[in-house]
Design a protein around this ligand. Structure first.
Ligand code: ASP
Length: 417
């Protein structure tokens, strides 16, 4: 029997994108046709993405906290891991936003906002965001899709459920079921991305012409550049100073997981390779590796954070909206939390970008501009996510005297035979 060969999803999305551009060019004189007949496909796709955000973030965060059962026991290790994860993610965002500002990522073309039926909302002030982060009425936050408040509520409820032990278990099992279902649903929605991207792209091109795509290459370049900078500045220095590890050895050991993540775009899928590399190549003890790495694959996403920062600024600029410093600080806060809620599977960083845009009052429709080439972004962001997990494992292990330097020192000593 001849095995049916199917095109890979990223390739299908690229086809959707190309067809969208082509249809847009052909309909430049008739943009109404694009609006009335093709745009609804894009709108449905976008609504599907929006549909999963709240249940996905809420349930996966709750379950993530539940997995921390041991963290209470491990205490110190948990605290160090958290501090490293959060600090590096916030720095990643600052690097991403700085690079995006310097590159002026979205300059060169401005989409007329009214064409996309987007009304610029008054963006919230940073201090208001901070104060408003604690929801007075969590159900209202859920109904209104206030992401930051939802995240905080999930964290608080998760901590409460952990504290009550056995009594909290059924609730956690329930949300575990929802989280799993949402992963599945996300996976299915992503399968519709080729059609969605086609539906989103066509009207944009029909109204504005294909030159709207030019700034995109700048955004891709900015994300890759910021990721490289993050590795060089943050991982290299922390691994060297706190992990006391030879950098050549670190990157040599991290190479296989890096490559695996680059090609699969899934930190969760790469986890077995990451664990093996941590223990066998980098000398991280098993208990530390099995605590830090699965947690990292779930909540530590520096590459995703960089991507979200750059793309938020890119989309704002393409829409001709200037982001103030306070809005950019809101991005740092929202995207740090968004990257925590990002699942380690392909494409989820883009779904979370919708939340970041929403959080800062930017048009979610802007996702159309970056969705077509998401895989190119996803490859680099996932691989950086995984290297960040490994850097953390090395540092925490060294600080606990659980890093076996002999693993690689032996290898580096020339044999005398
Ligand atoms: N694919 C990424 C990961 O698995 C998440 C993302 O889409 O940013 O780490």
């Amino acid at each position: 029997m001849v095995k049916e060969k199917r095109l890979s999803l990223p390739f299908q999305i690229l086809i959707g994108l190309s067809l969208g551009i082509l249809a847009g060019i052909m309909l430049q004189n008739n943009p109404d046709v694009a609006d009335n007949f093709i745009k609804p496909l894009g709108t449905i796709f976008l609504n599907l993405i929006k549909l999963v955000i709240v249940p996905l973030v809420f349930s996966s965060l709750l379950v993530g906290i539940a997995d921390l059962d041991d963290a209470a026991k491990i205490g110190k290790i948990g605290l160090k891991t958290f501090i490293y994860f959060f600090c590096t993610t916030a720095i990643a965002l600052i690097i991403g936003l700085t690079v995006a500002n310097v590159f002026n990522v979205g300059s060169g073309f401005t989409l007329p906002v009214e064409d996309l039926a987007y009304e610029a909302k008054e963006a919230p002030k940073f201090i208001d965001t901070l104060v408003g982060i604690i929801p007075a009425n969590p159900l209202k936050s859920i109904i209104e899709g206030e992401m930051l408040q939802i995240i905080v509520f999930a964290l608080i409820l998760g901590a409460g459920l952990l504290a009550v032990g056995e009594k909290g278990k059924p609730v956690l099992t329930f949300f575990n079921g929802i989280a799993e279902a949402m992963y599945k649903v996300t996976d299915k929605i992503m399968k519709l991305a080729p059609i969605g991207v086609f539906g989103l792209m066509t009207p944009v091109i029909a109204h504005n012409g294909p030159q709207v795509l030019l700034p995109l290459s700048k955004a891709i370049l900015a994300v890759y550049f910021a990721c490289a900078l993050h590795v060089l500045l943050v991982y290299s220095s922390t691994v060297k100073i706190f992990g006391k590890m030879n950098l050549k050895q670190f990157y040599k050991g991290a190479f296989s997981p890096w490559l695996m993540a680059f090609t699969t775009s899934s930190s969760a899928g790469t986890l077995p390779v990451t664990m093996e590399a941590a223990e066998k190549e980098l000398g991280v003890s098993k208990p530390i590796a099995s605590f830090v790495l699965p947690l990292g694959a779930t909540i530590n996403m520096d590459g995703t954070a960089i991507y979200q920062g750059v793309c938020a600024l890119f989309i704002a600029q393409v829409y001709g909206l200037n982001l103030t410093i306070s809005q950019q600080l809101t991005i740092v806060l929202t995207a740090t939390l968004a990257s925590v809620g990002t699942a380690g599977v392909p494409g989820s960083g883009m779904i979370m970008l919708a939340m970041v845009l929403q959080g800062v009052g930017l048009p979610v429709e802007g996702i159309a501009l970056v969705a077509g080439v998401d895989r190119i972004f996803d490859m680099i962001r996932t691989s950086i996510n995984v290297v960040g997990d490994l850097a953390c494992a090395v540092i925490v292990a060294e600080s606990e005297n659980e890093l076996d330097h002999s693993v690689y020192l032996e290898e580096m000593t020339p044999s005398r035979e």
